[in-house]
Design a protein around this ligand. Structure first.
Ligand code: TPP
Length: 282
């Protein structure tokens, strides 16, 4: 069922909170991968607050949906969501990436409840997700596996090897999501290695493909529901997003792939987020 207006409003409110949390941790941690954490936020918020079948009180529940953040450097943004969902005490995030904290810049599945796979070295999450999806089929389990990748990550050959395998095994219980913010660590993806047409590439590899605005909850919801209903093949949802989304001076600036904010810049970033949502949440 398509998301209704009220649900969309609630998701926007949650995304505002998460974006502010990302800014706060970037401040307290002394820096972080803020640009890509902000671009991935709306898609992850839709998954965590609407679609994933999970129980934060039982992170090891066998029948839970699996979620892998293959773009592991987005761990800062992911941790804010996991903390908000109640996987752990979110006060712990004040020590994010500090010595002794369970939270490194890339989340570790042995230290962070809710993290199904340790990532950070790009290009591996899809293959891990395929293993989980094949495992579910073999065991007759109905849980689904979701894997979010960065677009720069698609430069890794292992992504395409994995894509062939996913289609070969008809993994309709696997959904890949690409955070298509068009920037990677040091510039626009298309200047570094041409990726487009991404949809056609996955299609010829045997996937069902959907392309959406990754900041539009109605489109995100429809795409996830279509992927859930598709039989016989895996689905990839290519989510067109904006790196730094919500903080005007960070948007579309690859220099904000990783950065720090002092208290002045933090306040400016928080004000910008409020301005952004004042237009959406009228
Ligand atoms: C195998 C590997 N090579 C290089 C890196 C360093 N690295 C970290 S983030 C990044 C850019 C990733 O770009 P993208 O996937 O588009 O991420 P996003 O823009 O969503 O943050 C790179 C090259 C890495 N983490 N792993």
């Amino acid at each position: 069922m398509p998301l209704n207006e009220e649900e969309i409003k609630e998701l926007h409110k949650k995304a505002r909170e998460i974006r502010k949390g990302i800014v706060e941790i970037t401040f307290t941690a002394g820096g972080g991968h803020i640009g890509g954490s902000l671009s991935q936020t709306d898609v992850l918020v839709a998954l965590y607050y609407k679609y994933l079948n999970i129980d934060p009180k039982r992170p090891d529940w066998e029948d839970r949906d699996r979620m892998i953040l293959s773009k592991g450097h987005g761990g800062l943004g992911w941790a804010v969501i996991l903390g908000d969902k109640g996987y752990f005490d979110r006060e712990q995030l004040k020590d994010f990436n500090k010595t002794g904290s369970p939270f490194g810049m890339h989340l570790d599945r042995l230290k962070v409840p809710g993290c199904d796979a340790s990532t950070g070295s790009l290009g591996h999450g899809l293959a891990i997700g395929i293993g989980l999806a094949i495992g579910a089929k073999k065991m007759g389990k109905s849980w689904r596996t979701y894997v979010m990748m960065g677009d720069g990550e698609l430069c890794e050959g292992s992504v395409w090897e994995a894509s062939i395998i996913a289609a070969h095994h008809n993994l309709d219980n696997l959904t890949a999501l690409v955070d298509r913010n068009k920037l990677m660590i040091d510039g626009p993806t298309e200047d570094i290695t041409t990726l487009e047409p991404i949809d056609d590439k996955f299609k010829v590899f045997g996937w069902d493909t959907i392309r959406i605005d990754g900041h539009d909850f109605a489109q995100i919801g429809n795409a996830i529901e279509k992927a859930q209903a598709t039989k016989g093949k895996p689905t990839v949802i290519i989510c067109d997003t904006i790196k730094g989304k919500g903080v005007d001076f960070m948007e579309n600036e690859f220099r904000w792939h990783y950065g720090g904010v002092d208290s002045d810049l933090r306040d400016k970033a928080l004000e910008s987020i409020d301005r952004y949502y004042s237009k959406i949440l009228v």
